[in-house]
Design a protein around this ligand. Structure first.
Ligand code: PLP
Length: 288
């Protein structure tokens, strides 16, 4: 039996199942909120400053005023009280509870702030990381501000469900111009002739925190990396393909839409970056 996640709801600590939210919460009615997910290794949040920096930027971009320093204190206390060693921290802030009207509510309406800490029973992507995984391509149906980590995830959910129904770990989202933007919940990298390729930062993708780390690790490993998109048609010419994400870490993709990538096995550059990722976790833990 897994432990129930421990939550902090607007400053009060309680088991996640005891949190009660009004149906007039603007996150529930409009998806008017933003979120963040951090990985916990050996009881320590990984890449905390980077995640919290992105959280502040997401809040700013949709003009929610919230005391993030106070949330950080709550996050650390909840993590400590949860005693979770391996797992995730989820943080979400919505514009608050107010009578339903599209325009923002009066400024005395306060945001609803949720944090919870969830321990892993089983590491979700362990097998995919080892064996390599399959993906499908689907049209990218999302809005034009995918750089904001908003809780509006309907298009992402539909894509992920389609992938799951076909026995795949991820759906690669294909923009109208044919380029692969990212996955439904991961960033995407290709390898061609020894060069790693990934979509440049723009409003069309989420600036993945793991994407940023892998970019720095490639530099450290003397692997050339270009922030250049590739198209869905070019996938068949790639030597390697992989995903990155907070939970996924670095996952090799060995087939897309039923067609193998190269010889259908994880490639050497992906393996090198997987090792570099583990080294980076170990290094962070030894410095904490
Ligand atoms: N792209 C999308 C659309 C995501 O939802 C996520 C994570 O949830 C990512 C990329 C990976 O981002 P990160 O590495 O910060 O987890």
């Amino acid at each position: 039996m897994s432990h129930e996640p421990l939550a902090n709801w607007n400053g009060e600590e309680m088991p996640l199942g005891e949190v009660r939210v009004s149906v007039l919460d603007r996150g529930y009615l409009f998806g008017d909120g933003v979120y963040e997910v951090l990985r916990v290794y050996q009881g320590q949040p990984f890449l905390e400053a980077e995640h919290l920096g992105r959280f502040r930027r997401s809040l700013d971009k949709i003009a929610i005023v919230c005391d993030v320093d106070r949330l950080i204190e709550r996050m650390r206390a909840t993590l400590e009280h949860s005693e979770v060693q391996e797992g995730l921290i989820y943080m979400q802030v919505t514009r608050g509870t107010a009578p339903r009207t599209h325009r923002f509510p009066p400024s005395d309406v306060t945001p609803n702030e949720l944090i919870y800490v969830e321990g892993f029973d089983v590491e979700p992507y362990a097998e995919a990381r080892e064996q390599g995984a399959a993906a499908i391509t689907v049209p990218d149906l999302r809005w034009k501000r995918c750089d904001i980590k908003s809780v509006n995830l309907l298009a992402n959910c539909l894509a992920a469900q389609q992938a799951a129904e076909q026995g795949c770990v991820e759906a690669l989202l294909v923009h109208e111009d044919g380029t692969v933007t990212e996955g439904s919940h991961t960033s995407v990298f290709g390898v061609r002739n020894g060069n790693v390729l990934t979509s440049p930062l723009s409003p069309s993708i989420l600036p993945g925190i793991t994407r940023g780390l892998v970019t720095r690790l490639a530099d450290r490993c003397d692997i050339s990396l270009h922030e250049t998109s590739f198209t869905a048609d070019e996938i068949s010419q790639l030597d390697e393909l992989f995903l990155t994400g907070t939970t996924a870490e670095v996952v090799p993709l060995v087939s897309v839409d039923g067609n193998p990538i190269n010889d259908g096995r994880p490639g050497p550059i992906t393996r090198r970056l997987q090792r570099a990722y583990q080294e980076s976790v170990a290094e962070t833990l030894s410095n904490s």
